[in-house]
Design a protein around this ligand. Sequence first.
Ligand code: SF4
Ligand code: SF4
Length: 61
Amino acid sequence: MVKHKAKVDERECLSCGGCISVCPVDAVFMKNLRAFVDQSLCIGCSICVNTCPIGAISLEE
Ligand code: SF4
Ligand code: SF4
């Protein structure tokens, strides 16, 4: 089974912090005013993907 992980397109991120506040496992953090996902923590729930107002997060294999 392929497990998906969230990834932020850092060129698009607006640093709104929405994804950080919704992640159930605290896998998202801010670095240089851009959101990053710690893929070792991400469980692929896609909540952040659906939360990002500009669609900057996608799930990747
Ligand atoms: S997909 Fe879920 S677990 Fe992974 S970073 Fe987004 S909210 Fe967190
Ligand atoms: S929700 Fe989207 S725009 Fe906001 S910090 Fe996360 S990735 Fe960036």
